[in-house]
Design a protein around this ligand. Sequence first.
Ligand code: RTP
Ligand code: MG
Length: 143
Amino acid sequence: MAIERTFSIIKPDAVAKNHIGAIYNRFETAGLKIIASKMVHLSQEQAEGFYAEHSERPFFGALVAFMTSGPIMVQVLEGENAVLAHREILGATNPAEAAEGTIRADFAESIDENAAHGSDSLASAEREVAYFFSAEELCPRTR
Ligand code: RTP
Ligand code: MG
């Protein structure tokens, strides 16, 4: 299996509810290693740029307003099949449809405020990691 890197956000709702540690625990329990991490409060421009692929969707304005409503945690996760492994522990976009025991099932209230983000492909992961982190900020494990 391939060792991959993926990009993760703990969204403003989950940060506000003090779920950072619980969600980090889910990553580590799943064997995903946190190789970079920081807290940021997105500007309007940063949020619009990050979600540019959704700019024509009806929920875009609400999504940008939500993502700028408070600080977020951004992470790079590394592990076997990290992109899919991370999406699996996140659960479905709509927490009402998310499998039992997933992050969105346990920590999210609605499709609009769904606790966390995960890259949907290796190509997205590469773009999203670079959107928030310089190469020097990534700390792959040496032990
Ligand atoms: P994410 O990018 O946040 O990991 O979520 P995702 O891949 O599961 O879903 P995506 O289609 O990329 O949508 C991005 C975020 O937009 C909000 N959304 N709202 N009201 C709606 O129908 C709707 N659809 C999507 C969600 O917050 C979703 O996470
Ligand atoms: Mg997405």
